[in-house]
Ligand binder design. Sequence first.
Ligand code: COA
Ligand code: MG
Length: 294
Amino acid sequence: MVEILRSLLFVPANDEKKLAKAGDRNADALLLDLEDSVLPSQKTSAREMCCDFLQTSQTQSKIWVRINSLDSPYCLDDLKAVIPLQPAGIMLPKPDGPVDVETLSKLIQNLEGKNKLVKGGIKILPIATETARAVLSLPLYARVYLPRLLGLSWGAEDLATDLGATTKHDENGNLAFTYQMVRSHMLLSAKAAGVQAIDALYEDFRDSTGLRNRATAAFSEGFTGMLAIHPAQVEIINQSFSPTNSQIEHAEAVVRAFAENPNAGAVSVDGKMTDIPHFKQALNVLSVSKKIAN
Ligand code: COA
Ligand code: MG
């Protein structure tokens, strides 16, 4: 069973202090970053520190690595260094679509073979919206066979750069229409592909109320998890992306009502009409709560 990753905490791989405590933060996954939080002059040392962490960390969190993009001069060296150490997965920045995920998958497969590792264990999570081309390719994730694909995640910042935009916000400070549309498309594409849907990070890491509101809304829309940049965000995200006790109790009551009325297409639960779509939602809530890491 593939566990749901509710919180994925970015940790710059060249930051000794942040690495030292990252494992204790209760994140479902750590994303050791070799890409944008690491300057070109530090790529080599960041890669070494990342490998050291993979070899020595005792953390309960899954360890993922965000490599540099496929068209960068660092990508192959990143993969050659980290794949032998079997991270749980690789986050791929700036793919132009599922074709790039296939390319990455082949590179990983090759290195798994060379290092005599079990094939297929290392998953892939693309940031699936960082270029205009990538956005237009989102529906293809549902049509291409990508067994390593754990989920889709998205981000607005690099897309804004690709679009030549001056800001990603509208006049009220909300995400502009283009980015809201992209976010919804990513959600739909992840669901169509049958993989996890991971929301973008919330930049204002001191605003815990704002984060909780965003994360709770995202969970109720169908997102399964969210990227984090600061340890203070992890617990809020974990809570927000877990079904509440009352949601679980209600789901159990719905399942029970259908079990007790095997010939009914609609039943009454707590005085409300409950039919097959509610039954499927209830099964989904129970399945999510089972797949949560702890
Ligand atoms: N992972 C692990 N530890 C982190 C962390 C992270 N992402 N962000 C902060 N911390 C640690 C700090 O080292 C500090 O530890 P201490 O209590 O032992 O001193 C503690 O959490 C509190 O940090 P704080 O002072 O509130 O924040 P900061 O100013 O040190 O860092 C950021 C702020 C945004 C620079 C930092 O959170 C960060 O680097 N985030 C990730 C950036 C990243 O990876 N970006 C790429 C993806 S977009
Ligand atoms: Mg980026």
